[in-house]
Design a protein around this ligand. Sequence first.
Ligand code: MRU
Length: 355
Amino acid sequence: MPTEISSHPATLEWIGGVEGKLRMIDQTLLPTEFKHIECETVEQVWEAIKMLRVRGAPAIGVAAAYGVCVGIQTVSGADEAALLGRLDEVCSYLSTSRPTAVNLFWALERMKTFAAGLAGNGVQEISAALLEEAHRVAEEDRQMCRAIGRHGSTLLNDGQGVLTHCNAGGLATSDYGTALAVFFAAAESGKTLHVYADETRPLLQGARLTAWELQQRGIDVTLICDSMAAQVMREGRVQAVVTGADRIAANGDAANKIGTYQVALAAHAHGIPFYVAAPSSTFDLSLASGDQIPIEERDPQEVTHGFGKQTAPEGIQVYNPAFDVTPAKLIKALICEHGVIEPVTPENVADMLKP
Ligand code: MRU
């Protein structure tokens, strides 16, 4: 029987008109506290992205688009040059918040290009049009996620065990998610899946967010530690892996949350298909391969003092890359809003994404 997947509270929401503000779920507090924060300055949007109050590549892109609308509110009067100057400043500033998810840069570039096309229309009209453009970025993301779900769900069979890493759900997008959209769409088409969610050290997006989100939406889910994934595969509990991505290079190499690469290796060793689901806004065709994707390094305290408790000796050296790159050869297929890219070759990527 097809299941209706329950709707989810908005991850990001614009409140008001041109002088409005950006409201978002503070994801650092989940799953024990469900609270919103409101960003009325671009500094607050930057901090929210940096500290992962909003996170996940598509959601970061949407937050950045709305962040531009918040940032240009400081321009009063009718000086259009001042508005466009401020827009540049705001975009440069927001682009320093996090380096890996290309959706951030994609959204900022889109807002800048859009504004450039409006030159001569006056401050009020440009500001209003930019807000409309940010709404379009959010709405298109919603539509892309639905399409990803539709395409991806055809790859899964009723009764399968599936594994995912990090959170690529509604919390990481405008709504519905990318990897999780595949599970939601499969469930909606009547397939019963059992999801294994990796907890995703060090910031536990899998335990705190994916497990919560799947539970909220009525999907059968079991939480495992990252170190258990290979054993779970060996025991025959998993028949497919689906993850999201933060940036996909022209050859199909995909950057995603740290730990994804080792899951792909384990899946390969067990003959389990490994799928990556992401919208076209996550592809960076300017990079020939994943070697060129900038990998964010985060505060060592995330490893030594996870969630406030010290778990390593004082003064220990730490390396804390937030993402890794899974080579295209380990990816059975890429799923985007236009369809399924299989096999993953530079030609097939270019073909699927051609304008
Ligand atoms: O550091 P995060 O939580 O922003 O990392 C998020 C991920 O790695 C997601 O898997 C990715 O952005 C895809 S979200 C649809």
